[in-house]
Each structure stands twice: as C-alpha cells, then as structure tokens.
Design a protein around this ligand. Structure first.
Ligand SMILES: C[S@@+](CC[C@H](N)C(=O)[O-])C[C@H]1O[C@@H](n2cnc3c(N)ncnc32)[C@H](O)[C@@H]1O
Length: 465
C-alpha cells in the first residue's frame, strides 16, 4: 500500500483540550470497503466552532498535531494576538481568544467539572476577570539558549528557546530587567547552558517584582561561581543593574550544576542588596526569597483572599486550620480575625517563612507545622484540636480522598476550598458529601489570562450547622 503524505484537509474544531489546543476528528475513507478511519487532530491556535484548513503529513496515523494553514470560518470571539512572539512562544496559548471569550470558557469548564461529579453547576458564578489582563505576573523564569539568547520555551518544545523582545504577561520592569541581562550576555559573549551536552554557563534568569512595594529581585542560575575569569563581567552586571534599576533590592548568582533543569541552587552568591525582597498582599507584608512560592498574579490573588474571608466569615472566638498554607497568604488575614490559627504545609522553608511573616505582621496566635497534609492534619488535631473553619488550597493534583475524608470526620463548620484545577476540586468536594456537607457557592477568578488555568474559591458547610 502506498503511503499518502501531506494531504490538505478541512477540520471542524469541536473543543479545546487541557493544554488549550483545538481538537478535531476527521473520518477518512479507507481502501476496499473497510470501515472509515478516524484521524484525531490537535490544532493549536484554533477555537471551538472554527473550520480550518490543515496539511497533515501522515494522515494514515490515528493522531496528528498540525498548525492551521487558514481559518475558513472563525469563532466570533477570535481576535488578533497582540504579542509578536505569540505564534511560537509557550508562555500564553490564548491571545487569539477575546478576553470575554476566555472568561466564558473558564466558567463553562468549571460547570462541566461539577456536572461530571454530580454537583450542581448552577452554583458556579461568572469568572471574575482582570480590568487590564496584561503585565500581571510578578515572577518569571526565563531560560538561556546554548547560544546565550534569553527567552521562553517554544510551544510544545522544551528544547527550543524563543528569544524575546518583549513579554506581555510579565511586569513591565521585569521585561526591562530581562532585556538588560540579555544585552549584558551578548556584550560579554557568554554562553548559555546546553541541556543535552550538560555544558555552558547560564541556565535561567528568575525575575520577581513586588507590585506593592516596587522591590525587584534578579537571580541568575549558572553552572560556575561568579569569580575567576567571570569576575570582570559580573562586576559590570552589578554596576549596570544597580545604576539602571534602583528598585532591584536583591541581585543573586546561584550555582546549579545538577542535570535537573530547575531553578535550584547549591551555592548562593549575593551580588547586591539582600537575599530577599519585601512584598505585600491584602495589607500584610511578606519576605520572598528566590525559592519562596507566592501567588504570581497579586491583584487577582488579593481577590481570592477577600472572597475567602467573605465566605469563611471568621469569628474572633473560632479556631481555624489553613491546610497547604504556603507562606501564609491566607493564614495571616484569617489569623487577624480568629482566636487561633494553625497552618500546615510540606515545604519547610515556606513554613519558616510563614512563621516569620506572622511575627513581622504582629500576629501571635498562629502555629505552623511542616508536614504533608495527611499526617499534618492528624498531628494538628491532636495538638491544636478540631477547627471551626478549615481552608484548603492544594496544588493542582488536589488533596485526594484520604485528606478529604479526614476533614469530613473532623467536622469543621465551614470549609473554604481554594483551587487551581476544577476537575480535582470537583472530586475532592464529592468526597465530603457523605459527611453531610453541601457545596454552597463557587466563585472562579482568572489569575492567568491568556492561559488555560482558572482558580476558584468555594464554600462548603454542614447541613446541620
Ligand atoms: C496552591 S499552593 C498554595 C499556597 C498558599 N495557600 C498560598 O496561597 O500561597 C499549594 C501548596 O501546597 C503545598 N503542598 C504540596 N503538596 C503538599 C502536601 N502533600 N502536603 C502539604 N502541603 C503540600 C505546596 O508546597 C504549596 O505551598
């Protein structure tokens, strides 16, 4: 049988997948009276309801990923992507979708996730978007190519770096900082790191900016220490950053010689300022080190905190547990309103930071424990007792049945669930129903415009309360 190559087909986009790519199915005639063959296509930068022309290299396979050649019928919410890097960069996938259209889709996705678990989709309110959905991120991790270009990964290709002239989701000062470092690298002819060969100097540049205090951190991850032959170049870096960016309160050089391509450090060198910056959220002050998890869209995260307070209704004679508490983004505002608060979190440095943040903010009714959620809950129930309010903010994988059933048995009066993944939220909530809880309300908030992600705050309470 001769293999057919590069066939032009018309695909109708049915829906977008979890990565934000359009999905289409085409049934193709097969030879000699056999059943038609199903070809599943993943087509980035398309939208539901669109009809697009594609060229498929090998249509006899069951699945192919192809770029659209031409949009024959556009979704009414299609718009022009403003970023010059949109077509290749993996930073945002939905700049071609009007912001109103993205928000509608996020609400519908959350409703579908509830429906899938037999929960009432009508409890979901409209997604709260941003007035200005650009330059919202307070932290970015840029990567160097082996040639020393600085940028972000190409969509769907972690080996390729797109050299950036701009970035429309990073804070504006962060983009300027990134470009300055890029110029410095070029001027000194420095090499980036090559993952395959495990050689080269510069790996990543992490930039943090507090939109509340204006303080910035620039952290360079490299395979060598900043001395010896590098001393002259590094001196120049310090001079140009401190003179052009007086808001950079922390300039770090972090050594990472590991094969693992993460922003981790085995040897930290402070080039200028201190090793942390100050940030603020909802009126509380936080210290952020290079490895501290902190909400990356502070404007919208503040809305999450306000919603959690509104739903949790903390009272001054109540006890509360903040499970998966991180550095205390929810713990501190709640601690100011309840009798006692206990936070549980697996990362020890976050717990150290949460303790310090509580003291820095003059809160003395908190206790924090570095444990995994399951054992931490058991231990806290013994030491601290049962809570009236329980706030839970797990990572994308959700809390899981064992943790949810422990919560159910402990019978807190109100449970505030903050989630970054509708599907795991819905399965976790379903675990609580046999314990007499009902879902009261679900408020999605858009923390990551132009991406597939959606966050939410929900309230559950017991029927007998
Ligand atoms: C979505 S973040 C929320 C952090 C915090 N509530 C905030 O808003 O900054 C989830 C947190 O759960 C922590 N975590 C992940 N797995 C955990 C586990 N098994 N037990 C306890 N904490 C965990 C992570 O380290 C992270 O800080």
């Amino acid at each position: 049988m001769t293999e057919i190559k590069n066939v032009t087909l018309v695909a109708e986009i049915d829906h977008v997948d979890d990565k934000g790519n359009g999905q289409a199915v085409i049934w193709r005639e097969s030879d000699k009276g056999n059943n038609p063959r199903k070809l599943k296509l993943t087509i980035p930068q398309t939208l539901p309801g669109e009809s697009v022309e594609v060229v498929v290299d090998n249509p006899d396979k069951r699945r192919r990923k192809v770029m659209p050649q031409e949009i024959l019928k556009a979704n009414p919410d299609r718009t022009d992507a403003p970023c010059p890097h949109f077509e290749r960069c993996g930073g945002c996938v939905w700049q071609h979708w009007s912001y109103a259209g993205q928000l509608k889709h996020k609400t519908a996705k959350l409703k579908a996730a509830l429906n899938g678990e037999g929960l009432d989709p009508e409890l979901v309110r409209d997604t709260i978007g941003m007035d200005d959905p650009w330059h919202y991120r307070n932290k970015m991790e840029f990567t160097f190519s082996p040639e020393g270009e600085i940028g972000l990964h190409e969509q769907g290709n972690f080996r390729k770096i797109i050299s950036l002239e701009t970035c429309l989701i990073a804070g504006k000062n962060m983009v300027d900082g990134m470009l300055e470092v890029g110029d410095w690298v070029k001027e000194f002819g420095l090499k980036g790191y090559d993952k395959d060969a495990h050689e080269g100097l510069l790996r990543h540049l992490m930039v943090r900016e507090s939109f509340a205090t204006g303080e910035m951190m620039l952290a360079l991850f490299a395979t060598e220490t900043p001395d010896g032959e590098l001393a002259f170049a590094v001196e120049n870096l310090v001079e140009r950053i401190t003179s052009k960016f007086p808001n950079v309160k922390s300039l770090l050089w972090l050594v990472n010689t590991d094969w693992a391509d993460r922003t981790q450090s085995e040897d930290t060198h402070l080039l200028a300022g201190r090793d942390f910056i100050y940030d603020e959220m909802a009126g509380y002050r936080y210290r952020l080190w290079f490895d501290t998890f902190f909400q990356t869209n502070p404007l919208q995260a503040q809305k999450l905190v306000e919603l959690a307070l509104e739903m949790g209704k903390p009272q001054e004679d109540e006890k509360m547990i903040d499970l998966f508490c991180g550095v205390g983004t929810f713990s501190l505002p709640f601690a100011a309103r309840v009798k006692e608060l206990a936070g549980i979190e697996i990362v020890e440095t976050s717990i150290e930071s949460a303790k310090r943040n509580a003291v820095d903010n003059d809160l003395h009714n908190t206790t924090f424990l570095a444990r995994d959620a399951r054992h931490g809950l058991d231990e806290m129930h013994e030491r601290f007792g049962f809570a009236d309010i329980l706030l839970i903010d797990p990572p994308r994988c959700g809390a899981g049945g064992k943790v949810m059933r422990r919560i159910g048995r402990a019978k807190p009066k109100r449970i505030v669930y903050v989630s970054c993944k509708p599907e795991t939220f819905a399965t976790d909530v379903a675990e609580l129903l046999p314990f007499g809880y009902t879902l009261q309300t679900v408020q999605p908030v858009d923390l990551f415009p132009h991406t597939v992600h959606v966050e939410l705050v929900a309230l559950m309470s017991r029927v007998d309360e």
